[in-house]
Design a protein around this ligand. Structure first.
Ligand SMILES: [Zn+2]
Length: 315
């Protein structure tokens, strides 16, 4: 039985799985990240979790994992195996791949191959290859959550850019006079169209500080005019950002994931219309919902692990 250890580290929780060579999830587990303990404690928890998964696999299948894939948020140097920077986890230049390889490698002296990647890039990889994209040659994945991040899919891999920073569609400026973004500029796409942005706008419009984007979507579905106005602002901004990306990348499929995508056609139907209104010469991509849910990042980590094994020279 050949399996990989897969781990998706988020700001709130860490999702893990043992995954077969065909992408089958054999075992799933989740633990809180508890980032308030500081970056060193979080790194320790990642190593412990990965080691426990290794033990789980060894107990189940009698053989150690064939490889491991770990994906993290922020800026990742996949080639160097370093988690360079993550604002929400407070770490800088953590040599995560070397730490994991040291912790996970069997005691017989052999070395477990470990792949390190970016969480949204990995989620997009899984969606384009084995999820909503179904193996499509050119895709663009958008995760609409606290912020907005993207992944550019090309022939079964993710274009990460020269510095690992490709796909940051959330920081395309769509409303130059809009709210200040965490990156320092005004009116970035994620300040208007992320799940958090819609939550803020709907809370202000309806007067309930606890109201969120899911409440807004439900109000849209019941025909609430104030909700429709809030929703359309986000949809229009999203279409502006998306058409910029489509003009540059010409994707065949655009896959929409993240918390806001749970609204389904309440989001996708007006988004398709808004994109169509803006398209002139460009070819319109298929805009589809993500299919893998919150296991996408973990599956992407497993794909990175299997890809790494496929490129390693057998010894
Ligand atoms: Zn920004």
């Amino acid at each position: 039985m050949k399996y990989a250890i897969a781990l998706d580290v988020g700001g709130t929780s860490m999702k893990a799985a043992l995954v077969g060579t065909d992408g089958t999830v054999l075992h799933r587990s989740e633990r809180p990240t508890r980032r308030e303990r500081g970056p060193e404690a979080v790194v320790g928890s990642i190593l412990d979790f990965a080691a426990d998964l290794g033990e789980e696999g060894l107990g189940r299948y009698g053989v150690p994992a064939a490889s491991a894939g770990v994906v993290v948020p922020g800026v990742v140097d996949a080639g160097g195996g370093t988690a360079v920077y993550a604002a929400n986890l407070g770490w800088r230049d953590v040599p995560l791949r070397a730490l994991l390889a040291a912790r996970l490698s069997p005691s017989d002296g052999s070395r477990l191959p470990v792949a390190l990647g970016h969480d949204v890039h990995a989620g997009g990889l899984a969606e384009s290859r084995i999820g909503a994209g179904g193996g499509v040659d050119r895709s663009l994945f958008l995760a609409l959550g606290t912020g907005i991040a993207g992944a550019i899919g090309i022939d079964g891999r993710t274009e990460v850019g020269a510095h690992g920073a490709a796909g940051e569609i959330g920081h395309i400026v769509v409303r130059p006079d809009g709210p200040r973004c965490g990156c320092g500029r005004d009116g970035c796409l994620e300040t208007v169209a992320s799940a958090s942005a819609v939550s803020r706008a709907w809370a202000a419009a309806c007067g309930d500080p606890e109201a969120d984007a899911a409440d807004c979507a439900r109000a849209v579905e019941s025909g609430d005019a104030r909700a429709l106005a809030v929703w359309q602002q986000a949809v229009d901004a999203l279409a502006d950002g998306l058409v910029t990306a489509v003009t540059l990348l010409d994707p065949r499929v655009v896959i929409i994931g993240g918390g806001l995508a749970k609204a389904g056609d309440t989001l996708l139907a007006p988004l398709r219309s808004a994109v169509l209104r803006r398209i002139t010469f460009q070819r319109t991509p298929h805009i589809v919902p993500a299919a893998l849910g919150d296991i996408a990042g973990c599956l992407g980590a497993a794909l990175l692990a299997w890809d790494l094994l496929a490129t390693e020279v057998p010894n």
